[in-house]
Design a protein around this ligand. Structure first.
Ligand code: G1P
Ligand code: ZN
Length: 543
């Protein structure tokens, strides 16, 4: 089989962000664009001659073409063996698991997460390292540097292989093992959670709806929830992955998973509702007429971790991203566990997980996970909840209310201002940063500022420092306001304001969130000068 070496030119825009390289499909379709990036992975990484490479994506438009290209380039570069999900499908947490389980040299994930898919929408490629997690910054920097100097790539001239046939295919001398995308992952879940108890829960008449949003978790949820756990057929809805996600926006929140939310707040609501995103790493959890915030979900999983066989008596600690509410901190303090506050982004959990300092971690942006893989994991969180519900046999609302009684409630909201003029947004953050020194001790309405800073993270494992991770303003009663600019937005700047108030008194646990936080929201807007600086009167999205 002849290896073609094809002359190429670098592209200047192949810098991977925190979640890999994400661009419009049209950008990826330019001649040599994908090829350059993939060749740059092989030019900078080692081990692919000896250990397998895992490849798969969330099934969005361009997934299949990209995989054929990646296989030809991998083979031409001397890669010996690829583990490929059938149909080119793997959820992001499943890739992470496959890398770890099979001692792979890494994995290539094709996804743009929760962004829409289709010929005019988004595509993405990301490289994960042998620990199963997203490549650290020095690795993505090396790949990026290679893309800027590349002048050739190697590729076999071979026909497409059949991606849908389980078994072995050859691309040149390279073995492509096309495996069931779900099986190994489902087996892992079965080791972590008490499937017998959850099966008994469903047998007792417990009703659930899982909305796969036409994205990658459909086959996983069907196999695990319907086949292995015995939930009735039809429990999983929108369960067939579509290239355009059925024209949807596969992001599990109250805005984009509105169909599910309406059902759970409607007259015939089941006991439990859940959804996941495009590539399966995010989750949303709902009870009948009840929404669980991701921050509360993390705290509650931590508090109930002993109910799940895979976590009994082995949780060492928890980490949350800085803007995530402090609800988990209260649980950790009571249980005497480690507790870390990290910058936004899953990659900051990796070192803590690898070192065994933490077992569980999460972000307010619908991401929850543990040391079982090195990505956040949507279905895992849903199964954790099912395990808790199967043991406690109380409603979601009752379990969350009882949690608040024990630990107090952290009222929490996020206000996003999207597509703000970038210089206005930067000016706003700069002004807040400058004001930090003058704020401590100041009285704002009924709140007194205890501290104000621009969050700086010192990684306790490798001593690396991450500066300017967001403005934190902490008040004496434990309430907080956090401001940061999104690192994933595509248009102008996205300003995120996170507002949190602690309420110990159970008599005050049933307020409307926006009302409970109204005074702090006013303070947050006033301090930043939102109207004056951005011209906006209200947020684009309130979560
Ligand atoms: C957002 C979320 C963040 C998450 C990231 C990738 O980033 O806020 O928690 O890790 O997406 O899923 P942001 O746009 O805020 O930078
Ligand atoms: Zn995702």
């Amino acid at each position: 089989m002849s290896v073609e070496t094809i002359a190429s030119q670098p592209f200047q825009d192949q810098k991977p962000g925190t979640s890999g390289l994400r661009k419009k499909v049209r950008v990826f379709e330019q001649p040599h664009y994908l090829e350059n990036f993939v060749q740059s992975i092989f030019d900078t990484q080692k081990g692919y001659q000896d250990a397998p490479l895992v490849v798969g994506g969330d099934g969005r438009y361009y997934n299949r073409q990209a995989i054929q290209t990646i296989l030809r380039i991998a083979a031409a570069n001397g890669c010996g063996r690829v583990l490929l999900g059938r149909g080119g499908i793997f959820s992001t947490p499943a890739v992470s698991h496959m890398i770890r389980k099979h001692g792979a040299c890494g994995g290539i994930i094709l996804s743009a997460s929760h962004n829409p898919g289709g010929p005019d929408e988004d595509f993405g490629i990301k490289f994960n390292t042998p620990n199963g997690g997203p490549a650290a910054e020095k690795v993505t920097e090396a790949i990026y540097t290679a893309t800027r100097h590349i002048n050739r790539y190697h590729m076999l001239d071979t026909p497409d292989i059949d991606l849908d046939q389980i078994g072995i295919a050859l691309v040149g001398d390279m073995r492509v093992e096309i495996v069931d995308s779900v099986c190994d992952y489902a087996d892992l879940m079965e080791q972590l959670f008490d499937f017998d108890r959850i099966r008994a829960l469903f047998q007792s008449g417990f009703r659930m709806r899982f909305d796969a949003m036409h994205a990658v978790t459909g086959p996983y949820a069907r196999e695990i929830i319907e086949n292995r756990l015995g939930a009735p057929q039809g429990t999983v809805v929108n369960g067939i992955p579509l290239e355009d996600f059925g024209h949807g926006h596969p992001d599990p929140n109250l805005v984009y998973a509105k169909e599910l939310a309406d059902h759970l707040f409607g007259p015939d609501a089941p006991d439990f509702g859940a959804a996941s995103d495009g590539d399966g790493d995010r989750n949303m959890v709902l009870g009948r007429h009840f929404f669980v915030t991701p921050s509360d979900s993390l705290a509650l999983i931590l508090a109930n971790a002993d109910l799940a066989p895979g976590y009994r008596s082995r949780v060492t600690g928890v980490a949350r991203s800085m803007p995530t509410s402090q609800a988990a901190d209260r649980v950790a303090a009571k249980l005497g566990l480690n507790c870390y506050e990290t910058p936004t982004g899953w990659k900051f959990f990796g070192n803590l997980l690898d070192a065994g300092k933490i077992t569980l971690c999460g972000e307010e942006s619908f991401g929850t996970g543990s040391d079982h893989v090195r990505e956040k994991d949507g279905l895992w969180a849903v199964l954790f909840w099912l395990n808790i519900l199967a043991e406690r046999r109380r409603s979601v609302a009752e379990i969350v209310r009882e949690h608040w009684q024990n630990y107090g409630r952290n009222y929490y909201t996020r206000h996003d201002y999207e597509a703000v003029d970038s210089s206005a947004a930067n000016g706003l953050i700069d002004a807040l940063r400058a004001a930090c020194a003058t704020l401590p001790g100041r009285r704002l309405g009924s709140y007194t500022v205890e501290y104000a800073d621009d969050f700086r993270y010192l990684d306790p494992i490798d001593d690396s420092v991450s500066e300017k991770q967001g403005i934190r303003i902490g008040f004496e009663d434990g309430s907080r306001i956090v401001y940061r600019l999104s690192g994933t937005g595509t248009e102008g700047a996205t300003l995120r304001i996170y507002i949190e108030a602690y309420e110990a008194d159970p008599a005050k646990h049933d307020l409307d969130t926006q009302q409970a936080l109204a005074e702090l929201i006013g303070i947050a807007d006033g301090l930043a000068g939102i109207r004056e600086r951005t011209g906006r009167n209200e947020p684009t999205v309130i979560t």
